[in-house]
Design a binder for this molecule. Structure first.
Ligand SMILES: NC(=O)c1ccc[n+]([C@@H]2O[C@H](COP(=O)([O-])OP(=O)(O)OC[C@H]3O[C@@H](n4cnc5c(N)ncnc54)[C@H](OP(=O)(O)O)[C@@H]3O)[C@@H](O)[C@H]2O)c1
Length: 344
């Protein structure tokens, strides 16, 4: 049994981790922390968990974590995991951070975009937690930086086209997210009256997910790759749909592109390539760890349009984090995650 702790258990990704892990037969939840709900049972904060997890929320205490856990998920705002990782990892506790602290190859990139008082990552063995691209590094890592939700959809959607060199090195990513992507703290822009019946772009050309997407696409493309990225807030609870526009280098048939994508993901259970002419939708992956990818060729403008859909709280956060945990502990990768999407 893997003994698990969750820091930030009362947030949306924390609660989603509990939902998934409560059905995972190789895991015991041993420690849940919160800032504002200490002493309460998690099922009293989230009645949806009634009967599945009655663990009490505690104050954050590293010694207790070291004594009780083999792995800890940090479902906290960015900046916390990087401060506690060294002590936990040196004492044999593996760490999976759902924030951005461990997503970058270079600490300087992290510091430039997120800010930090620290000088570097230290000598902790790290991995970027996108299993479809980094499975071996994740196996060996002590600290995994679980990818952001937008980057998961964009990197999975674009990697086969970049790797096979069928598109130019200029990519436009237009993404739409559900409101749960912003977490559970009340913010004016996330109030019902402001986001219902409304779609709005935000952080255009300056969203913090840009350097993460560029880092991973540059690896796949084997050269520096830049993207234009525009995220939108949409009136749905969960889901991300990314539509990506790429200029084709030469004429290619839909059948050949379909073949490239199928070949790239032939061993990947959680990535489904849709039939030619079929497009993904957030509803078709709702509540699941799947990523659906479809595409279309616009012959008139020689553009390949790739569309990728995930659930931001599952493949975009907590499901992917459990997938990473399974890999790190030698557990079957799909354990606890074989959930059929909820439809309608
Ligand atoms: N939401 C998504 O779709 C999504 C997707 C991918 C990645 N992420 C990342 O995952 C992390 C968690 O996101 P979330 O959406 O679950 O956030 P959230 O709903 O706002 O929850 C944040 C959690 O962190 C705790 N917390 C906040 N400030 C704290 C502090 N100063 N000290 C200790 N605990 C503190 C909160 O505790 P209390 O509730 O007790 O105050 C809560 O449990 C973030 O880094 C986010 O960027 C989120």
């Amino acid at each position: 049994m893997v003994r698990v702790g969750i820091l930030g258990a009362t947030g949306y990704t924390g609660a989603e981790l509990i939902r998934i892990l409560s059905n995972h037969e190789d895991v015991q939840i041993k420690y849940l922390s919160s800032q504002n709900f200490n002493g309460k049972k998690i099922e009293d904060v989230y009645p949806s968990l009634k009967g599945f997890c009655s663990e009490k929320l505690q104050e954050y205490d590293t010694d207790k974590i070291i004594e009780n856990c083999d792995v800890v998920f940090t479902a906290l705002p960015s900046g916390y995991a990087v401060n506690i990782a060294e002590k936990l990892c040196k004492n044999g506790v593996k760490l999976i951070d759902l924030g951005a602290d461990f997503r970058f190859d270079n600490f300087e990139t992290y510091r430039d975009w997120y800010g930090s008082d620290k000088n570097g990552y230290g000598d902790i063995k790290r991995a970027y937690g996108l299993p479809e691209l980094h499975r071996q590094e994740i196996k060996d890592a002590l600290a995994v930086g679980n990818p952001g939700c937008y980057p998961t959809s964009a990197i999975l959607g674009l990697s086969p086209a970049l790797k096979s060199r069928i598109i130019e090195n200029f990519i436009i990513i237009d993404s739409k997210s559900g409101v749960s992507g912003a977490g559970h703290s009340p913010k004016q822009g996330n109030m019902y009256a402001e986001c219902n019946d409304n779609i709005k772009p935000y952080n255009v050309a300056k969203h913090r997910h840009i350097p993460e997407i560029e880092q991973e696409l540059s690896h796949v493309n084997r050269k520096e790759t830049k993207v234009v990225f525009t995220p939108h807030l949409t009136p749905m609870t969960r889901g991300i749909l990314s539509t990506m526009y790429c200029r084709l280098i030469k004429e290619i048939s839909a059948e050949d592109i379909y073949e490239i994508y199928n070949e790239f993901y032939k061993d990947e259970y959680f990535v489904k390539i849709l039939d030619i002419g079929e497009y993904p939708s957030t509803k078709n992956v709702y509540g699941s760890n799947f990523c659906h990818i479809g595409f279309e060729i616009d012959k008139h403008s020689k553009t390949l349009i790739i569309m990728s859909a995930i659930d931001n709280l599952v493949k975009g956060a907590s499901g992917q984090a459990v997938q990473n945990m399974n890999i790190m502990f030698g557990i079957e990768e799909t354990r606890g995650l074989n959930m059929i999407p909820i439809f309608p």
